[in-house]
Design a binder for this molecule. Structure first.
Ligand code: SF4
Length: 62
C-alpha cells in the first residue's frame, strides 16, 4: 500500500494524524503529508480508517 495526501483538498483538520501519527505528519504549511514509500503492513488498517475519517476525502491509497 502507498498513500498520498492531495494537498489541493487537505484542510489540515488533523484527523489522519490522530489516527495514524506513524504515517501522517503536518507540514509547516499546516497540511498533512504521508510517509514516502510503502506503508508498513501493521499500519495499513489504520490508514484505511484515516481514509474514512478524512472529511475532505484528501487521502489517496494505491
Ligand atoms: S484528515 Fe484529511 S483534511 Fe484533515 S489533515 Fe488529514 S488529510 Fe488533511
Amino acid at each position: 500500500m502507498k498513500v498520498t495526501v492531495d494537498d489541493d483538498r487537505c484542510r489540515g483538520h488533523g484527523a489522519c494524524l490522530g489516527l495514524a501519527p506513524e504515517v501522517f505528519t503536518l507540514t509547516d504549511g499546516g497540511y498533512a503529508e504521508a510517509i514516502a514509500g510503502a506503508v508498513p503492513v501493521e499500519f495499513e488498517s489504520v490508514v484505511e480508517e484515516a481514509v474514512s475519517a478524512c472529511p475532505e476525502r484528501a487521502i489517496v491509497v494505491e
